[in-house]
Design a protein around this ligand. Structure first.
Ligand SMILES: [Zn+2]
Length: 285
């Protein structure tokens, strides 16, 4: 009994240590990319769906709405803030939020904004929101109570808005972030480059001048919806062609529909440097 007790206690500490060491908050000098969600707008499983991928027991086939948490030095930011934001903050153990950068205004990228309240209450300062002016205007309409200056409800969070313009880098911490304009169908939206990391979601096409901004990146995240073509998102082949042109060291596919298939089966068919991202995957650069 005694041996078992000590053995269990050792195991508990061992796993706690592993968890602490692998937490993005505790690594210095590198950026950690935590995939908070890798699913398309409805998430996987889709409500009420009987599709085999929606019924899968593989945790890698469960995909919350698309978002990443980035940590480097003392900085902790997320790109997009969809309807699964609260669950994603709990799943990842994120305890500090310095800013949110938005790619665009669609609900799967913005609908979780109310749930920044705990960060606002704990950090006792406004949370900066970086976005295109059109996106900021859209968010102000959807979350009018957050932005109002008249009779503001004390339970609402405080935010600062910072406009992102194309061809103008912006700074978080001491780090330059480059916006990259891409086309989500007819909607012009932003991806971002931070040093050798590029994050693009909801891309259907991209101009040559913006492609230049991506060249030389070591880690490229890009969307791949499904095999079949789609009006506003890359399908798998379009994403693979795009990656082939850019030749990053590693590429991760995200914004994935259940129609793409089982994680394990799709992964086997991908080139050696291309990976299907999955929820809670952590990558360092
Ligand atoms: Zn989307």
């Amino acid at each position: 009994m005694r041996i078992n007790f000590y053995f269990c206690k050792y195991l508990v500490f061992y796993f706690l240590d592993l968890e602490i060491l692998s937490s993005p908050r505790f690594k210095k000098g590198i950026m950690q990319i935590y995939f908070l969600g890798t699913g398309t707008s409805q998430g996987i499983p889709v409500i009420g769906s009987k599709h085999p991928v929606c019924k899968s027991n593989d945790p890698k086939d469960v995909r919350l709405r698309v978002s990443v948490w980035l940590t480097w030095e003392d900085n902790s930011i997320v790109i997009d803030c969809g309807p699964d934001f609260r669950q994603q903050m709990l799943n990842s153990g994120c305890e500090k939020l310095d800013a949110i950068i938005f790619t665009h205004e669609h609900a799967d990228h913005t609908a979780g904004l109310d749930d920044i309240r705990p960060f606002y209450f704990q950090q006792k300062k406004n949370i900066p929101l970086f976005a295109h002016n059109r996106v900021l205007e859209n968010i102000k309409k959807r979350f009018e109570y957050i932005f109002t200056t008249v009779d503001k409800y004390p339970g609402a969070p405080g935010v600062d808005v910072i406009e992102i313009k194309n061809n103008h880098n912006f700074v978080i911490g001491n780090t330059n972030i480059t916006p990259i304009e891409v086309n989500h169908g007819n909607l012009s939206i932003f991806g971002f480059r931070i040093n050798d990391f590029v994050y693009l979601t909801d891309v259907k096409s991209i101009n040559d001048s913006e492609m230049e901004k991506i060249k030389g990146a070591k880690i490229l995240v890009v969307n791949a919806l499904r095999e079949e073509a789609h009006q506003t998102h890359f399908n798998l082949q379009e994403a693979l062609d795009f990656i082939h042109l850019l030749q990053p060291e590693k590429a991760y596919l995200t914004h994935i529909s259940h129609l793409l298939g089982f994680h394990e089966e799709v992964q086997k068919r991908l080139p050696h440097n291309v990976f299907l991202a999955y929820d809670n995957l952590i990558v360092s650069i």
